[in-house]
Design a protein around this ligand. Structure first.
Ligand code: GTP
Ligand code: MG
Length: 195
């Protein structure tokens, strides 16, 4: 699935701008700055494909990427704190929620959690929305390179415990570093298996 071409399809700012629901798609959700866009770049092996930056609120549209014609990878705006005007942030948060609750071809949502921080109340809120919409989701831990193998253990315990409250959650976590490549092949295999 990742061997072929990857193309930017479009940036979507409203639900009626979504491309036709004609193929499976998977999306990447998470707090602003957690590493969603960087993960898409690591998965596709295309550094500048999804725009990443250190400014929370970088991605402000729903960005569609095509894996050939077989599937879409969807980069979502972050939730939580963002460096952008409040009315603008509100608009894209509403879009994010509408998308997560109402996309029929969404096969799996990957919920990204910073390996240093664990699940926060805003993450819990999004996961509850996914439960209610019956969208299966799986947690991907990001930025694992920022802490040692022992330091991550208590965070993984917290996440695993939290996931027991969410019926739509897969119990297995994927620990990744987009910078170092950790977990990227594993995640590619999971995505290819969904096709
Ligand atoms: P928004 O679009 O603002 O919601 O952010 P995002 O979740 O798309 O995050 P983005 O990919 O833009 O990354 C945010 C910052 O974290 C950037 O400075 C990245 O370089 C950095 N970053 C992302 N992934 C990793 C990682 O695996 N390791 C390290 N050390 N830094 C990372
Ligand atoms: Mg982004």
């Amino acid at each position: 699935l990742f061997a072929g071409p990857v193309d930017f399809i479009k940036g979507v700012v409203a639900m009626d701008g979504l491309p036709p629901a004609d193929r499976p798609e998977i999306c990447f959700a998470g707090r602003s700055n957690v590493g969603k866009s960087s993960l898409i770049n690591a998965l596709t092996g295309r550094k500048g494909l999804a725009r990443a930056s250190n400014t929370p609120g970088r991605t402000q549209e729903i960005n569609y990427f095509g894996l050939g014609e077989r599937a879409y990878l969807v980069d979502l705006p972050g939730y939580g704190f963002a460096k952008a005007p409040l009315p603008v942030v509100k608009r894209w948060q509403e879009l994010l929620k509408a998308y997560l609750a109402g996309r029929p071809t969404l096969r799996r949502a990957f919920c990204l959690i910073d390996s240093r921080h664990g699940i926060k109340p805003v993450d819990h809120e999004i996961m509850t929305l996914l439960d209610r919409s019956a969208v299966p989701f799986q947690v991907v831990m990001t930025k694992a390179d920022k802490l040692g193998p022992n330091a991550i253990r208590p965070v993984l315990d917290q996440v695993e415990e939290e996931l027991q409250k969410h019926p739509a959650a897969y119990p297995e976590l994927v620990v990744t570093s987009s910078d170092k490549g950790q977990g990227i092949a594993t995640l590619r295999a999971i995505i290819a298996g969904l096709d």
